[in-house]
Design a protein around this ligand. Structure first.
Ligand code: CO
Length: 136
């Protein structure tokens, strides 16, 4: 069912500092920071040949990554996003296996403008999994 890994998201306390580290130490190409208030994050996209890396800092009250950073004050890998061709079919198949979908199970529009869902980390070895419907 799952396709390519679309991105790996890393929660960081300071996205400018993280971006500078990725550029200076790893020689990475990084985007300018982008505020996504509807997702409660400030993002930098790291260009890699085979997968996107997203560095994300909490933005605003009630950001969904505040509690994660409370447990991981230096930052850490927050989620892995897999592409699926049909997110509703993927959701129904997952629910059929007993996996839990976060929220009410209705896909939301993710950071790339595509429908996304998140799966409960307790069902996947402690890993938060995002599914993103990517056509084509
Ligand atoms: Co994501």
């Amino acid at each position: 069912m799952i396709g390519r890994v679309n991105h790996v998201a890393i929660a960081v306390p300071d996205v400018e500092a993280a971006s500078a580290t990725w550029q200076t130490s790893l020689g990475a190409e990084c985007s300018q920071p982008q505020d996504l208030p509807e997702h409660g994050v400030r993002l930098v996209f790291v260009t890699a040949p085979n997968v996107k890396i997203e560095l994300m800092e909490p933005l605003g009250e009630g950001s969904p990554i505040v509690s994660f950073l409370g447990r991981n004050p230096d930052g850490g890998i927050h989620h892995i996003c897999y592409e699926v061709a049909d997110i509703l079919a993927a959701r129904d198949q997952l629910v059929g296996t007993g996996a839990r979908v976060l929220g009410d199970g209705t896909p939301r529009t993710g950071a790339h403008g595509n429908p996304v869902l998140f799966l409960h980390p307790k069902d996947f070895c402690g890993t938060l999994i995002e599914l993103e419907e990517v056509s084509g």
